[in-house]
Write a protein that binds this ligand. Structure first.
Ligand code: HEC
Ligand code: HEC
Ligand code: HEC
Ligand code: HEC
Ligand code: HEC
Ligand code: HEC
Ligand code: HEC
Length: 399
């Protein structure tokens, strides 16, 4: 996210982790049948693909001709490949002509500190204009960051700017960009937006897109909006290439084997790790969007218990679930249901640990009371406080 300079200084995406080379030693089943170059082999399909989907996919790989040319992640990981690109993380930003909120709002305007801002769509392009009454500056919007909230990044005369105005779905219109409330622009160029160095702006691209950053240099010509598989699964491309040649190794690291602590650090590469939140000394409700930090404050957070890891509640390939009931089973994987002695069978392949206390008040919709929605100052939106706790009426936001 943006421009509290603090956020910008984020460490960027987690990359460069060594890809773990998986093997199939544990399995007694054969592995060589995955050799795609030999489509006649239809024996046991190897230890990797589990379940009916796997079998179905392998069958379709083996009948495809020629298999090598059509091999993509979707060939074998159909479920993830179908949903991941449609999530906010998969989208990350929008380029023309696929800018949904800009298309839906061909005319936007706002007045702020003596400047007039408009975003108008002409011939399929949205143009951002700032004027002070006497003169104006106009730039086409190419990089629209975010989904429900959008901020535009401009490359103007070889310099980089983040738009002073952002689109907020909650308002259905423009308002000052989060963190810029106190700016006092002295010129049209300053009113256009905040200027950033290439290093800083490349971090925006590093967290919201793929293929655009090498070192701290921007390579916009190879930009792919959103997080693609390789962005999160370092080594996936090598895995695909190996498979195309009939080899089973290397495999990407199995991220699902991370402990809750490791997963927080991993997601925190973009969502902010505990260390970063503490180092930046961002206190008060502004830190509500740093979920790894908030979650770690909870008594529920046990660093080596995957039932409280980010992916126990969120499938990174899918849309965020907004139904509170969905999360009940996640809590009840550790907590006793009211009136019952045992936790619900643990989710996420981890066996149930010791039973935690039951709620004396309610037996469902746990998150509605214990994970509060908090207004993000200046953000025109609410975030979910991942500090799971008994929230006392009127209490101060606990850091
Ligand atoms: C360290 C990684 C990181 C960097 C750097 C970063 N962002 Fe983000 N950004 C995120 C994450 C993670 C979210 C989602 C926040 C959430 O929902 O908790 C986000 C959210 C946003 C949103 C709101 C999206 C929505 O749908 O609500 C916008 C707009 C945005 N970022 C723009 C930018 C811009 C512009 C820059 C550079 C000036 C930038 N971000 C830099 C990680 C980053
Ligand atoms: C020909 C089929 C095939 C293709 C194509 C393929 N994979 Fe895989 N992938 C596998 C198999 C088999 C495994 C091993 C699964 C296991 O050991 O449980 C695997 C493992 C993985 C894992 C680790 C899974 C885990 O359990 O954590 C990831 C991540 C992954 N693949 C991502 C990708 C991505 C991304 C692509 C595209 C760049 C891709 N794969 C292309 C077959 C394929
Ligand atoms: C490479 C950076 C990156 C990593 C790593 C990352 N995220 Fe995100 N995530 C983002 C960005 C950017 C957004 C905001 C996308 C937008 O709205 O444009 C986001 C948004 C989200 C959202 C909000 C979706 C919504 O509907 O509002 C969830 C939930 C989420 N991420 C969970 C996770 C989890 C869990 C992990 C770790 C498994 C993770 N993220 C790792 C960058 C990242
Ligand atoms: C935002 C980061 C992110 C993106 C993007 C992403 N993955 Fe994953 N993926 C993960 C994480 C984290 C896990 C471990 C999930 C868990 O803990 O259960 C995972 C797990 C997997 C697995 C193991 C089975 C499972 O679902 O748990 C496969 C296969 C996989 N991913 C394939 C893909 C493919 C293919 C793509 C691209 C279409 C992709 N992933 C995109 C983060 C990501
Ligand atoms: C990994 C297991 C685990 C999960 C999952 C879990 N908790 Fe907990 N929770 C604990 C532990 C351990 C404690 C501390 C118990 C103690 O102090 O006796 C705790 C304490 C609590 C407390 C009391 C906190 C306080 O400040 O006294 C509440 C409320 C709570 N959990 C609610 C939830 C809710 C709601 C969820 C789901 C959103 C959840 N928990 C998920 C393990 C878990
Ligand atoms: C015990 C369950 C649970 C765990 C663990 C969990 N979350 Fe969430 N998360 C939720 C709930 C509930 C929501 C709100 C869903 C809704 O909007 O109704 C949420 C929302 C989010 C959002 C959307 C923005 C917001 O704040 O509303 C992001 C991003 C996110 N979580 C990231 C993470 C990350 C990163 C981790 C790991 C550090 C994590 N979550 C761990 C339950 C969980
Ligand atoms: C209507 C709001 C509400 C809902 C819904 C709710 N709780 Fe609670 N919960 C509370 C309140 C209030 C307390 C504090 C009670 C007290 O201290 O007298 C509490 C206390 C707790 C405690 C601490 C118990 C102790 O003995 O210290 C746990 C654990 C807990 N809730 C878990 C859950 C779980 C799990 C769910 C979902 C199954 C849930 N809560 C649903 C309001 C709620």
């Amino acid at each position: 996210m943006r421009n509290t300079s603090a956020w910008i200084s984020g460490s960027g995406p987690e990359r460069g982790r060594a890809a773990a080379v998986g093997t199939c030693e544990k399995s007694s089943r054969q592995t060589d049948a995955l050799t795609l170059a030999e489509p006649k082999r239809r024996g046991p399909v190897g230890c990797f693909l589990s379940g009916a989907i796997g079998l179905l996919l392998i069958a379709s790989v083996l009948t495809a001709a020629p298999a090598e040319k059509t091999l993509t992640c979707a060939t074998c990981h159909r479920e993830q490949a179908a949903s991941s690109p449609l999530t906010p993380m998969g989208i990350g930003m929008e380029l023309p002509p696929n800018q949904t909120s800009l298309k839906a709002h061909p005319q936007l305007a706002a007045d702020w500190k003596g400047y007039r801002y408009t975003v108008e769509r002409k011939d399929g392009v949205s143009v951002y204009t700032v004027s002070n009454g006497a003169e104006s500056l106009q730039l086409p919007i190419r990089y629209a960051f975010g989904v429900r909230m959008q901020t535009y990044v401009f490359v103007y005369q070889g310099r980089y700017f983040e738009s002073m105005m952002s689109y907020y779905a909650t308002l259905g219109g423009l308002a000052v960009t989060l963190g810029d409330e106190r700016m006092e622009p002295k010129s049209l160029l300053e009113a256009l937006g905040k200027e950033y160095t290439e290093t800083t702006i490349s971090r925006c691209f590093g967290c919201h897109s793929s293929g655009a950053v090498a070192g701290s240099k921007l390579h916009l010509e190879t930009l792919r909006p959103g997080l693609d598989c390789e962005h999160c699964h370092t080594g996936a491309t090598a895995h695909l290439e190996a498979l195309a040649q009939g080899k089973t190794a290397p495999l990407p690291e199995k991220l699902g084997e991370k402990s809750s602590e490791e997963m927080s650090t991993y997601c925190g590469g973009c969502h902010r790790s505990w260390e970063e939140a503490v180092r930046l000394r961002l206190w008060g409700p502004v830190n509500v969007r740093f979920q790894p930090y908030r979650l770690a404050l909870s008594k529920c957070f046990i660093g080596n218990d995957r039932r409280i890891g980010c992916t126990a509640c969120h499938n990174p390939h899918r849309e965020l679930v907004r139904d509170t009931k969905f999360y009940d089973a996640k809590c009840l994987a550790c907590h006793a249901a009211s009136g019952s002695a045992r936790p619900v069978a643990a989710t996420h392949g981890v066996s149930a640990g010791p039973l935690q206390k039951a709620c004396p008040v309610a037996s469902e919709n746990c998150t509605s009371c214990h994970m509060q929605k908090v207004d993000l100052p200046g953000g025109n939106s609410k975030f979910t406080d991942h500090y799971i706790r008994v929230v006392r009426p009127g209490e101060k936001y606990p850091d």
